[in-house]
Ligand binder design. Sequence first.
Ligand code: FAD
Length: 529
Amino acid sequence: MHCVVGSGPSGVACAQALLQKGLTVRMLDAGLTLEPARARAVEKLGVSAPADWDPQLLALLKENMTSTAKGIPQKLVYGSDFPYRATERHVPCTFEGVGLRPSLALGGLSNVWGSAMMPYLDSDLAGWPIKSAQLSEHYAAVLQMTGLSGRKDDLAIRFPLHTDDPGNLDLSRQARTLLSRMERNKAALNRNGIEFGAARVAIRAKRAPDQPGCVYCGMCMYGCPYGYIYNSASTLEELKRHERFTYQPDTVVTSFSESGSDVTIRAHERVTGKTLELRAVRLYLAAGVIPTTRMVLESNNAYDQTVWMKDSQYFLIPLLLSRRARNVPQEALHTLSQLFLEIFDPEISPYAVHLQVYSYSELIGQAIRQSLARFGLNFDFAARQLEERMLVVQGFLHSDQSSKIATTLRRDAAGRSHLELKAELNPAVKSTVRKVTGKLMRQAAKLGALPVPPMVEIAEPGRSYHSGGTFPMRQEPGVFESDTLGRPHGWRRVHAVDAAVLPGIPATTITLSVMANAHRIASESAALM
Ligand SMILES: Cc1cc2nc3c(=O)[nH]c(=O)nc-3n(C[C@H](O)[C@H](O)[C@H](O)COP(=O)(O)OP(=O)(O)OC[C@H]3O[C@@H](n4cnc5c(N)ncnc54)[C@H](O)[C@@H]3O)c2cc1C
């Protein structure tokens, strides 16, 4: 039996590849799920049209989510924080200036993710022992699982789509305004190192009017009542139908050891705390970078030794459109990323800088109103003016240009261990983000939108959730490094398949490549004895 820890995106990609290779797979998962009352509300809304939704149920699913000019403090789903719950007890950590959190949920952080998906470029893979060509067939396999909406536009010249038939989502009016101005000025923008196109998101688009797919109800940020945003829980449901697959929920893996031909896995039941021991031929760690790092350090008995977690720096740049789109609060639209801009400019970074453009959503409206209230401005009029012009850019830098996180396993006097995560700030981040903003400012006429520098926000390290690299893959791994099959130094039957093994974190979204790499490792290790 081959064991996979975790049902998030990397876990399901790994499990599926192992099954395809004819192996028997058991998935061990902490597996927290949505509270029943909220699940019932989702179910009810999911079988009716938005116009028929019960306002009380809708309010329940929007509960507890707030946004400010600094962004959304914590993205919830269906009003619930279950994706982040119970971690203090099962994955004890301390955080100093770090925004990243682990998940013990069924589906992991894919319950809350923004579903933006771009592959990695070879030029962004400095220090990697593999090239993007080695991921290509796995990108394609993974996209079969997740689905992808996007367009065969100019972005596909550098960033292959890896699918012949992407879904086609309607752009919002604000996004269309920006895109059409950029199209008109394409040659000049390209000459200035700005490439752009429709966002690539794992949202299911309608293939025909009578088929299931996005209805543009604007609920994306709260959780799609129809389940049209990819969540790895849906792949898990498919895996469960396979005769060689078993799913063991409520199981928290803590450590492992190897002897000859198998791995002993130590775990406890999430609810009762009862300890468990299991055996496997191979173990695949797909628990997310924090829990995987913790398990590997614990199993190596590596206390008080720091490994470095890399992070793709996250920042927000508000943009004001030169043309307004009237009555945006009434518009039928999706509220995940609408457009991608990729900046290739050696004056800013030797790597691609990735920008995701978001147009109006209720949460952007809320942030605008909250900011205006602070200045005591004529609330409604000013808010409407801004809403009709405001776009938000979520930007990401390559990890080599970002801050990093010192990650150390500590033990207290009572013998309890915890993982300590401490940010180490890179002072160059501010000037890099300033250069990105300056570049957009200089291209404002060609973009048809103007950045608002005083409102630029640089988030704390880890806040992007594009973090990993604690045991980077190397051709010849040393201590606290992994081989190209994700095996941390010293282990033969234990493979880390999540972001923990990425040698660096390019800016262009993490999950697609993490899934592809997990799929690759599982496919290539399946034949090992
Ligand atoms: C708000 C938000 C927005 C995001 N947006 C994007 C985006 O647009 N694009 C993008 O590429 N990425 C995005 N991400 C990041 C993305 O969600 C993660 O990269 C992805 O979920 C990682 O998948 P994973 O399977 O490696 O880990 P996780 O999703 O963290 O899943 C971990 C799994 O392991 C299980 N587990 C954990 N510890 C244990 C244990 N000890 N024992 C047993 N089971 C365990 C959990 O139950 C869970 O099933 C976003 C993240 C957040 C929070």
